[in-house]
Write a protein that binds this ligand. Sequence first.
Ligand code: PLP
Length: 430
Amino acid sequence: MSGPWKNPETIVLHAGHRRDSATNAVAVPIYQTTSYLFDSAEHASKLFALQELGNIYTRIMNPTTAVLEERMAALEGGVAALAVSSGQAAEFAAIQNITHAGDNIVSSTDLYGGTWNLFANTFKTLGIEVRFVDPADPEAFVRASDARTRAWYAETLPNPKLQVFPLAEVAALGRKIGIPLIVDNTAAPLLARPLAHGAAIVVYSTTKYIGGHGTSIGGMIIDGGTFDWAAWPDRFPMLNQPDPSYHGAVWVEAVKPLGPIAYILKARVTLLRDVGMALSPFNAFQLIQGLETLPLRIRAHCANTQAVVDYLVKHPKITKVIHPSQQTGEYRRRADAYLKGGYGGLLGFELAGGVDAGKGFINALELFYHVANIGDARSLAIHPASTTHSQLTVGDQLKTGVTPGYVRLSVGLEHIDDILADLEQALAKI
Ligand code: PLP
């Protein structure tokens, strides 16, 4: 039901839903139900045996959430998607789906802090090793891999460095040795298309630009359907050997009549079933509302951000502006190769006055909100050295790209004159 549309502006409004089958409602209804009546005992057993696909229980699927999933899969160019309760849950499930105790993954070092913690600490307690490599060198992923490596992981546009990941280079190296690239595209929806560049799986924190209004936490996993799990049976026993948790199903075989959805179907019917990180139907509705205007919003975020960058580079109290438009050499080449239609809504800058200037600037803001979030319709600011990164040593802060005077902005959709006026009055006070 995704429709024939290729353009994002149309997909976000039409894919996955024309009208409600029960009421003809045009807006996607909120199916706030836990359960679905089975037609008969035979119908119920067919659903549980996956001989027929249909609604069983909202922990595993829901008609409101299904529209969000279908829209995001269509938008991203994937074959199917799975919505979960947060971006963190999406990362956890995307990796746990194919990685067990004793296995490892290789990840870029340039990650959101919450992801870093999940990888370095929580996965370790589960016996899953995460090997971190510098994404400046794509071959580093190959060198860090062995027979127990199940996936490579990266963010398209990681902050605070905002250096675009070499998507096609790394994805191609992985495909040669049977390792799928999982990409977090949270900071660059629509701008970057990781699946088109060879990534196997895309994850999102839909909390950010997808929802777009700072109301709902959510996550998404999108299966590109192009990774040949069956060609690497030793690397992916969990998809190629009988699954004892689903009466011996071999996932790559079981999905043959349904299409290349072994990975995402297994995640739904085993991980959502067992771990239960389901998205609430109400949040799915909110995220659908946000998604419907994503193409318009992302263009406006990019335009406002570029105007802020152009203003800040000329300001005497600012020593450096961090934004893909300001990069040169290989980083600029990657930004231009992988970001289309704008360089995103995030930027960083360094104040000559260090930590005190950073804190003073944040305190002086009147329009920008001082919050840890990104991707809201409102403009947001944070001073990482005194907040998100304050537990790190100054040396470790520098490694992650956080200097004492670094300020991060997530530029919103207010009128650009009001955004610039707020920055100007705050800079005048420090
Ligand atoms: N990935 C990125 C790039 C993020 O910025 C965040 C949150 O800030 C997450 C994942 C985690 O998402 P959530 O907060 O929805 O769990």
